[in-house]
Design a protein around this ligand. Structure first.
Ligand code: NOJ
Length: 537
């Protein structure tokens, strides 16, 4: 594990939507740099930057045309270096997004690969002859809709793409691809980045025989959205193949030599299967995506978190939201209640073994932006009429009241959403102790003060049923989340003389006799001064 990782708090920056320094309506690296003091004041330790590489932006940067440079839309390599240096000066770590599953179709490797069947880079990609009788080589489908194969007219062969046709998959069966990525990693580590978030880390390797994926249901329900079509198949041959771990094992020494983290976007919801990626000499850490799929339901939350902690302990990263998923405030009901639940849930996540991650705007209790279909930008929305896609979670960060919400002096690349109000902005919330921003700031400060109790993966689950989820950390802390059951505040008995270290809402009380009164949809961190007997709810 990198020395700086344990005990850290992460923050995801969706680069296009964070801060625009030029007025062109698109967020950029100097914009991020100007906001570093805000992030330090918020109390985060590491930022993860979504892709800033040269790219035609078919999938907003996840279609990389050059792994070693910066797209002029976002600035220059010098801007990035300045950002890294300044972040380090502020004790902030910088994790960048590595996209090893696919490139852009404009990447010189693919341009060369499609120029001739004997081109130097032909085998950097996955090419197959049509199926007997014609058509795609197998039944695999793209995450974004349609087949995972596109015919290259010139050669008569299909190339594989698990995402857009503009995102051809790399062929990790080719050792030259391994060498190329070792070079990429070495370059970035030498430039000072503190780690990589590995895009679709459960992908990269396919079944050597490219067998069809089994269909899950017969007959299929009428499926119009990409997700429904994708979910019709058991993805046993295109995703989560055993061999992918060997790739991370081979990167591990390189990362360790630079004290850098390998953080996987392992979208595998089974905790044991996910745990395989994080055990031993594989990835240092991986996001627990199941944590951002749970409903506001106590048993579901408890069972999910408990199973993941049991399988992977402090190798987990806990995303509250992400640029691909609805904001927690939206998932948990929207409005002030959604924001309250989002903070209460994050309080628990922040006290689990591992590294909690905010997605930009989570600290403001932001809900997804309400957009009209005419403003659609996400390829999922553009390719699937009627599907909102991921634009609502990617609306620009509202920094201050006024035109452009302090994000831009120009026209934002994506509207803020008709539901965005002045009170959602960073400025409006600053200094108001009851705001999501100040409460989040306080949470992270308390977490820092209590860090010694939270570092290990020692955890006891104190409740195995009911609306309260309570854990004990390091014999010193009890953390409780009341998910709510309609019965009003829960009363939790703790030893007299404990201290309420943090409450997600003003209505949480700790009485002198040790009773913690925890309203529904709130959470608290209590520091024990004596051995606890365990809470009775
Ligand atoms: C996961 C990324 O988070 C998502 O935004 C992207 O579209 C896909 N991977 C493809 O790279």
């Amino acid at each position: 594990m990198p020395t700086w990782w344990s005990g850290a708090v992460g923050y995801e920056i969706y680069v296009r939507s964070f801060a625009d320094s030029t007025g062109d309506g698109v967020g950029d690296l100097p914009g991020i740099r100007s906001r570093l003091p805000y992030l330090v004041g918020l109390g985060v330790d590491a930022i993860w930057l979504t892709p800033f590489y040269p790219s035609p932006q078919a999938d907003h940067g996840y279609d990389v045309a050059d792994y070693l440079d910066v797209d002029p839309t976002f600035g220059t390599l010098a801007d990035l270096q300045a950002l890294i240096d300044e972040a380090h000066g502020l004790d902030l770590r910088v994790v960048i997004d590595l996209v090893p599953n696919h490139t852009s179709d404009r990447h010189p490797w693919f341009q060369d690969a499609r120029s001739a069947t004997d081109a130097e880079h032909r085998d950097f990609y996955v090419w197959k002859d049509p199926a007997p009788g014609g058509g795609p080589p197998n039944n695999w489908v793209s995450h974004f809709g349609g087949p995972a194969w596109t015919l290259d007219e010139a050669s008569g062969q299909y190339y594989m793409h698990l995402f857009l046709p503009e995102q051809p998959d790399l062929n990790w069966a080719n050792p030259a691809v391994h060498e190329a990525f070792e070079q990429v990693l070495t370059t970035w580590f030498e430039r000072g980045v503190d780690g990589v978030r590995i895009d679709v880390a459960h992908s990269l390797v396919e079944d050597p025989d490219f067998r069809d994926n089994p269909e899950l249901e017969q007959p299929f329900p009428e499926a119009t959205s990409t997700q429904l079509i994708f979910d019709r198949f058991a993805h046993i041959h295109d995703l989560d193949q055993d061999g992918v771990l060997d790739i991370y094992r081979s990167w591990r020494a390189l990362a360790d030599a630079h004290d850098a983290v390998l953080l996987g976007e392992v979208f595998v919801l089974d905790p044991v299967r996910l745990g395989r990626y994080l055990a031993g000499d594989g990835l240092h850490a991986g996001f627990c995506f199941a944590a951002l799929k749970v409903a506001w339901e106590a048993d579901e939350i408890r069972d999910t978190l408990q199973a993941h902690v049991a399988a992977s302990g402090d190798a987990l990263a806990w995303p509250l939201s992400s640029h691909d998923d609805p904001h927690a405030a939206t998932r948990f009901g929207g409005g002030p209640l959604g924001a309250e639940r989002s903070l209460a849930y994050f309080t628990l996540l922040a006290c689990l073994p591992g590294v909690p991650f905010l997605y930009q705007g989570d600290e403001l209790g932001l809900e997804d932006g309400v957009l009209d279909t005419a403003s659609a930008q996400d390829p999922i929305a553009l390719r699937n009429p009627g599907v909102a896609g991921r634009d609502p979670v990617r609306t620009p960060m509202p920094w201050q009241p006024g035109p452009g919400f302090g994000f831009t002096t120009g026209d934002p690349w994506l509207p803020f959403g008709t539901n965005r109000r002045d009170e959602h902005t960073m400025l409006a919330q600053s200094g108001d102790p009851a705001s999501p921003l100040e409460r989040t700031r306080e949470l992270l400060q308390v977490r820092r003060e209590l860090a010694e109790h939270l570092r290990s993966d020692d955890i006891t689950w104190l409740t195995d049923e009911g609306a309260v989820i309570a854990i004990e950390r390091g014999d010193e802390l009890v953390v409780a989340l009341h998910v709510g059951d309609g019965d009003g505040p829960a009363e939790i008995e703790l030893p007299a003389g404990c201290r309420l270290a943090y409450a997600s809402a003003a209505e949480v009380y700790l009485l002198d006799d040790g009773r913690l009164l925890l309203p529904e949809d709130t959470a608290a961190i209590v520091e024990l001064s004596t051995e606890p007997e365990g809470p009775r709810t």
